[in-house]
Design a protein around this ligand. Structure first.
Ligand SMILES: C[S@@+](CC[C@H](N)C(=O)[O-])C[C@H]1O[C@@H](n2cnc3c(N)ncnc32)[C@H](O)[C@@H]1O
Length: 187
């Protein structure tokens, strides 16, 4: 059975046009956040589960060195395409749960920022601690975890992409269903 732990699960959603979370442009809340004083002006950015990379591109165009990670072939193709357009945007075809700062050349580094939009709510809820552990591990000691949590359903019914979006209740507005988390690493 296909589960969200497998790249094929995500590739099917992309192939069937069921990527309802996909704005097909940079996330508006992120662009707003760029203008906010608490948004770091510089620093390397890791994006686990980067999808088609619109947000990765937005960070890159702001001048950050970006590593965009995904394991769904359709998404990786898009990220590869973007990486050819922006020399400071790198794509990595990898299961985010296997990211390690001690490994091969691409992810063998620590980041100033880990940014997520939608991946926290896309992974299996039973893996959320693991997700945070990976993000923590990949951050420099004074690094920032920036998480735009979506959808925020306050336990009402839905867990997150893709499940939530199948009910068609998230568009056009996402008002009240998003929250920005900005967390500084404590060692
Ligand atoms: C809900 S989408 C969000 C995509 C992107 N952040 C955006 O805003 O459009 C989740 C993405 O995470 C990827 N993903 C899910 N689990 C993953 C894993 N274990 N390793 C790498 N990518 C993963 C999926 O392939 C998908 O592209």
């Amino acid at each position: 059975m296909l589960t969200q732990n497998l790249p094929e699960f995500w590739d099917n959603l992309y192939a069937e046009g069921k990527d309802y979370w996909n704005f097909k442009k940079a996330t508006p809340a992120l662009l707003e956040f760029f203008k906010h004083p608490s948004c770091p002006a510089e620093g390397s950015v890791l994006i686990p589960g980067a999808g088609f990379g619109y947000d990765a591109e937005a960070w890159a165009m702001r001048g950050h060195e970006v590593l965009a990670v995904d394991f769904a072939p359709t998404a990786v193709d898009e990220l590869d395409h973007l990486s050819r357009k922006h020399k400071n945007l790198h794509s990595l075809d990898k299961d985010l749960f296997t990211l390690t700062p001690k490994d091969s050349k691409h992810e063998g580094q620590l980041f100033d920022i880990v940014y997520d939009y939608g991946t926290f709510s896309a992974i299996h809820p039973g893996r959320r601690d693991e997700f945070f552990e990976v993000c923590y591990k990949m951050l420099k000691d004074d690094g920032l975890f920036i998480c735009l949590v979506y959808p925020l359903m306050n336990g009402k019914s839905l867990q997150g992409p893709p499940h939530c979006t199948s009910e068609g209740e998230l568009f056009p507005g996402r008002e009240g269903k998003e929250e920005f988390w900005l967390m500084k690493k404590v060692v």
